[in-house]
Design a protein around this ligand. Structure first.
Ligand code: PLP
Length: 475
């Protein structure tokens, strides 16, 4: 494809995306097609000769979009949001066009330096503790996902807890990672990949009302393990748990981590974005105790997947845990010690220019634009929760400090599951579920920049209209 052909077809692709966004609300949120439908629409193998670009583009409408779940849809309320936005897509496009590999400072100085500055900008935007800024001992890096951030934090924590032996002889003792019973499954995966085994994770009990980690239970777990010869390596606390957005009490957890010399990683994958608003920063109180912290701009901050922002308080410790220096990567800039080589801050070697989309997003929206986006989600969720509370057939089952509302019919699990099935089957809105206090619970997470009050009003009409006639046993 010549640059001129690229220009022409590129314009057509941008038009296609703009049309897609403009018509999203008229589409079903999810596909009703059975498994295999999209695959059956594709030829068995690649074409022998190259095809006209127009034909490729046409297939987006016939092959692709009918088989999609539309995550940017104004009535997509499932899981947590995965926002994207115009500036994010355009920043990604520039990054793709540049095709830079930023594994070392030397392989893409601008790629590294823009990323360092963007993570400092983000730290300022969220008012993160000074220890995470690159101007001190810390610094930030973009990981592909919160799962990778947690893995890297756990690896550095085990490195510290083993006094470096993890890098040398490997694991010499039993090490353990702690999180609440509401912690994300990626924490268990990280412990397993770090070589700690299935018993390398210990889940700690939560307060029955707030569903936040119980510090007394954490202390008891640390004491019991120490008595049994197990070395506590890391505590992973959560700001905004996946099920209900519970906020673990960081001040108390941080004090325990200090007392026991344990690495504290804070996973704020979804709710971290809320800290752009001063009135929501209470959720980050105590973060100054953390050794590492991450949140996903790709969830609720208008930046397309993949973009997890991860900070450490001591970058030297992280680099010491992960660095390897083969001859073919040796270069004068690295040896000068004056530059950051982000390959030492992550699992893969190669890395693309993801900071570009952040740069575009932060400049296009500005601080006030991003605050308006978060505030809109929080306000829409609060009004939805009011509707639920006003109908005595339903109950809100957990606090909703951000943009997620957890609710259920006052009926048995089977009836609630049937209600969710009916709502989603209509294709007009999409919600997911969880279990709260072991009861089937519907989750409605607001996050799309296209969502308006009328989308929530319609969704509430759909929900109330789908209530099974004869709900099963009452709760
Ligand atoms: N941590 C929490 C609290 C989450 O809610 C999620 C995903 O929803 C994750 C981690 C994993 O995020 P990612 O897909 O970025 O790995």
């Amino acid at each position: 494809m010549t640059p001129e052909e690229f220009r022409r077809h590129g314009h057509a692709v941008v038009d296609w995306i703009a049309d897609y966004w403009a018509t999203l609300g008229q589409r079903p949120v999810t596909s009703a097609d059975p498994p295999g439908t999209v695959a059956a629409r594709l030829p068995a193998g690649p074409p022998e000769l190259g095809e006209a670009f127009e034909r490729i583009l046409a297939d987006l409408d016939t092959v692709l979009t009918p088989g999609l779940t539309h995550w940017q849809h104004p009535r997509f309320f499932g899981y947590f949001p995965a926002n994207t936005s115009g500036p994010s897509v355009l920043g990604d496009l520039v990054g793709a066009g540049l095709g830079v590999q930023g594994m070392l400072w030397a392989t893409g100085p601008a790629c590294t330096e823009v990323e360092t500055v963007m993570l400092d900008w983000l730290a300022e935007l969220l008012d993160l503790p000074a220890r995470f800024r690159s101007t001190g001992t810390g610094g930030g890096v973009i990981q592909d996902s919160a799962s990778s951030a947690t893995l890297v934090a756990v690896l550095a924590a085990v490195h510290r807890a083993s006094r470096g032996r993890w890098r040398g002889e490997g694991l010499d003792r039993r090490y353990r990672v702690y999180t609440s019973s509401q912690g994300h499954s990626s924490i268990e995966k990280a412990a397993r990949i770090a070589g700690l085994g299935d018993t390398g994770i210990r889940t700690v009990g939560v307060d029955p009302d707030t569903l936040a980690m119980d510090p007394a239970a954490l202390r008891a777990a640390l004491e019991a393990d120490l008595a049994a010869g197990v070395v506590p390596a890391a505590v992973v606390a959560t700001i905004g748990t996946t099920s209900t957005t519970a906020v673990d009490p960081l001040p108390a957890i941080g004090a325990l981590c200090r007392e026991y010399g344990v690495w504290l990683h804070v996973d704020a994958a979804y709710a971290g974005a809320a800290a752009v608003c001063p009135e929501l920063r209470w959720s980050h109180a105590g973060l100054e105790h953390a050794d590492s912290y991450c949140f996903d701009p790709h969830k609720w901050l208008l930046t397309g997947f993949d973009c997890d922002a991860f900070w450490v308080a001591d970058r030297g410790e992280l680099v010491e845990a992960l660095t390897v220096m083969p001859e073919f990567l040796r270069n004068a800039a690295t040896e000068s010690g004056a530059v950051i080589d982000y390959r030492d801050w992550q699992v893969p070697l190669g890395r693309r220019f993801r900071a570009l989309k952040l740069w575009f997003v932060l400049r296009w929206y500005g601080v006030e634009g991003l605050r308006a986006h978060i505030r809109s989600g929080v306000a829409l969720a609060a009004r939805f929760a009011d509707r639920v509370r006003a109908d005595n057939r339903f109950e809100v089952v957990a606090p909703h400090p951000f943009s997620l509302v957890c609710f259920r019919l006052r009926a048995d699990d089977r009836t609630n599951a049937e209600l969710l099935r009916r709502v989603n089957a209509g294709g007009r809105a999409f919600l997911t579920h969880t279990r709260v206090r072991d009861r089937f619970t519907l989750r409605l997470a607001v996050g799309s920049p296209y969502t308006r009050e009328e989308d929530l009003a319609e969704t509430w009409r759909l929900i109330t209209g789908a209530v099974p006639d004869e709900p099963g046993g009452r709760a």
